[in-house]
Design a protein around this ligand. Structure first.
Ligand SMILES: Nc1nc2c(ncn2[C@@H]2O[C@H](COP(=O)(O)OP(=O)(O)OP(=O)(O)O)[C@@H](O)[C@H]2O)c(=O)[nH]1
Ligand SMILES: [Zn+2]
Length: 214
C-alpha cells in the first residue's frame, strides 16, 4: 500500500505558494490517516466499521478525498501558462462551468456553475478556453467558502494572464443549507468579483447580460 496519493505527490512537489493564499498546501494527501479518521467517525456515530457494507468505506473515502481535494496540490500557474497568439481585445467569457466543491465549515458539498470572463492583455495572447474551466476546478477541489473561491479565481486570472479586466460570477447551492441546518433546498448563493476594466459600468453590464442571457 502506498502511503500517499500518487497524483498529489507528483503535483505538490512543484507547487510554490507564490499566491500567498491560505490554501498553500503543506501536506500531501495521507490516505492511511484519512482511513483511520473515517473509521473513528463511523465508531463515533454508533456504527460498526467492521460490518460487511462498511469494511472498505475508510479506503473508499480516502480515495474520494484525494480526488475531491486534489486542488490543494495543483498550481494554477501550470494551467494558465498555455497561451496563444490571438489579437482579441474584447471580452472572452466561458459561462455555466459546472463544478463541485466542499464547504469548509461542514465538509459537505456545495455545487453550481461558474462564469469566468476576461479582456485579454495588450500583448495579443489569450489562454485556452478549457484552461478557464480547469482553473475553476483547481480552486473548487479544496475546502472552500464560496466568496473565497470566487476571489481566488479572479485573482489567478489577474496574476497569470495580466488581463485588462476580469469577471467571475459563481452560483451555488450549499448542501449544508439543504440537507441539514436551515434546510432550504434550492436556495442559491450568487457571488461575483470584478477587476480592471470590468469595473466600467457599461463593460460590466455587457458581461452580466451575457452571463444572465441563458
Ligand atoms: N459566507 C459563507 N457562509 C457559508 C458558506 N458555506 C457555509 N456557510 C455558512 O457557514 C455558517 C456556519 O455557521 P455556524 O453557526 O458556525 O455553524 P452551524 O451551527 O452549523 O450553522 P447552521 O448552518 O446555521 O446550522 C452557516 O451560516 C453556513 O450557512 C460559504 O461558502 N460562505
Ligand atoms: Zn457548510
Amino acid at each position: 500500500m502506498t502511503s500517499f496519493d500518487d497524483d498529489a505527490v507528483s503535483a505538490s512537489a512543484a507547487y510554490p505558494a507564490e499566491d500567498g493564499s491560505a490554501h498553500a498546501p503543506h501536506h500531501k494527501v495521507d490516505r492511511p490517516r484519512i482511513e483511520a479518521a473515517v473509521r473513528e467517525i463511523l465508531l463515533a456515530i454508533g456504527e460498526d466499521p467492521d460490518r460487511g457494507g462498511l469494511i472498505d468505506t475508510p479506503k473508499r473515502v480516502a480515495k474520494a478525498y484525494a480526488e475531491v481535494f486534489a486542488g490543494l496540490h495543483q498550481d494554477p500557474a501550470d494551467v494558465l501558462s498555455t497561451t496563444f497568439e490571438l489579437d482579441h481585445e474584447e471580452l472572452v467569457l466561458v459561462k455555466d462551468i459546472p463544478f463541485y466543491s466542499t464547504c469548509e465549515h461542514h465538509l459537505v458539498p456545495f455545487h453550481g456553475v461558474a462564469h469566468v470572463g476576461y479582456i485579454p492583455s495588450h500583448d495579443g495572447r489569450v489562454t485556452g478556453l478549457s484552461k478557464l474551466a480547469r482553473l475553476v476546478d483547481i480552486y473548487a477541489r479544496r475546502p472552500q467558502v464560496q466568496e473565497r473561491l470566487t476571489t481566488e479565481i479572479v485573482e489567478a486570472l489577474v496574476r497569470h494572464l495580466k488581463p485588462r479586466g476580469a469577471i467571475v460570477v459563481v452560483e451555488c447551492e450549499h448542501m449544508c443549507m439543504s440537507m441539514r441546518g436551515i434546510r432550504k433546498p434550492g436556495a442559491k448563493t450568487v457571488t461575483s468579483a470584478v477587476r480592471g476594466q470590468l469595473h466600467d459600468p457599461a463593460t460590466r453590464a455587457e458581461a452580466m447580460s451575457l452571463i444572465l442571457g441563458r
